[in-house]
Write a protein that binds this ligand. Structure first.
Ligand code: WQD
Length: 336
């Protein structure tokens, strides 16, 4: 298939492009490089022996977008592009609503104009907000979302469902990611956060590499097995493969799938697994809870297994090994 990947030089996008190319598909990336590097394309070529096309512009530029659709004949679109920093979204809500929603609207309009029926959208478990755990696709969504980033994912899901319902020829898939971590086993692509990382895994690996002094573990009085918060960590390569499985799945209307492992791992368990698996000491301190954090959530991942024939294969040990391989080979991300 000829697939357009928006945000394809980003963390999850780049791993998905690798899986597309490795699976014999062709990929065209549109990315404004606001949180990624052009170098990613060469790295993808080193891994797969194939180069994706890269167009550098902002998805909100509908004229440029239409030009690309006019030149290429896409079979499907995978839509990753968007702003994704939870904390920043509370400081700059308008930027988040404008960027994420506007670009999704432009994309859907141009897809409609050119008659492209298949869309896979990168959503997040954050839409479940305060729903009971484990989160299942039938759980209530939209209640207790704590930040504008999460709201944009929820709103775009709704837009996609409405557009999908208006035309029986469309085939839309919403994928709700749990906590994506890890890196490609080659160590050539991985997560490259700008500045001080907000998320656990990049922070932890930067402490291990000596770039940061100490990891603050936010909260040690949660009702979990060791008091630290628990999440469903999913290896980014498993996650990328979930997109290929979704692409191959024929259905009508809009389908939604959780992409998670179905397992819950605490912060302390992850820190210990990292030290044991890599031999790198990670110094940490117990700190106050972080505002907006939930004590625990994980996926009910049965629907994707049943309907997409997809489940995670990689373990927490693989996640730690591959994260460290990426971090130690690229101490300053793509600028090293
Ligand atoms: C995991 C756990 C922290 C940093 C967020 C978004 C979600 C999705 C993925 C995508 C929590 C703890 C963290 C640190 C810590 N977004 N922690 N010390 O918050 O589960 O999910 O990222 O784009 O929508 O909400 O992920 O990695 O930030 O935190 O103790 O320095 O690690 O408190 O319990 P989170 P995270």
């Amino acid at each position: 298939m000829n697939v357009l990947v928006t945000g394809g030089t980003g963390y999850i996008g780049s791993h998905t492009v690798v899986e597309l190319l490795a699976g014999g598909h062709t990929a065209t990336i549109i990315d404004n490089l606001s949180n990624s590097s052009e170098l990613v394309v060469d790295r993808i070529e080193q891994i797969t022996g194939k180069q994706p096309n890269l167009h550098i512009f902002d998805l909100q530029d509908k004229n440029k977008l239409a030009e690309v659709f006019k030149k290429e004949s896409f079979d499907a679109v995978i839509h990753f592009a968007g702003l994704k920093a939870v904390g920043e979204s509370t400081q700059k809500p308008l930027a988040y609503y404008r960027t994420n929603i506007d670009s999704s609207l432009s994309l859907l309009e141009v897809m409609e104009e050119y008659g492209i029926p298949t869309l896979i959208f990168s959503s997040s478990a954050t839409v479940y907000g305060s729903a009971p755990i484990p989160y299942s696709e039938t759980s209530v969504v939209g209640q207790g979302i704590t930040n504008p980033y999460g709201q944009t994912k929820y709103m775009i899901e709704q837009i996609i469902r409405d557009v999908g319902a208006a035309n029986a020829a469309l085939q839309f898939t919403i994928l709700r990611y749990f906590n994506p971590v890890g890196a490609h086993p080659s160590g050539l692509i991985g997560e490259d956060p700008k500045g001080i990382p907000n998320n656990l895994m990049p922070y932890l690996s930067q402490v291990a590499s000596g770039k940061r002094k100490v990891l603050s573990i936010y909260g040690s009085d949660y009702k979990t097995i060791d008091g630290t918060a628990a999440r469903d960590y999913i290896h980014v390569v498993d996650l990328a493969k979930g997109h290929i499985a979704a692409l191959m799945n024929k259905h009508t209307g809009t389908e939604t799938y959780n992409l998670g492992s179905g397992k819950s791992t605490t912060v302390l368990e992850l820190v210990n697994a990292f030290s044991e698996g890599t031999g790198q000491a990670v110094s940490y301190e117990l700190a106050e809870r972080r505002a907006g954090d939930l004590p625990e959530y994980y996926a009910d991942a049965k629907k994707a297994e049943k309907e997409l024939d997809w489940k995670t294969n990689k373990t927490i040990a693989d996640i730690c090994k591959d994260t460290w391989n990426w971090q130690s080979r690229n101490p300053n991300g793509y600028s090293s």
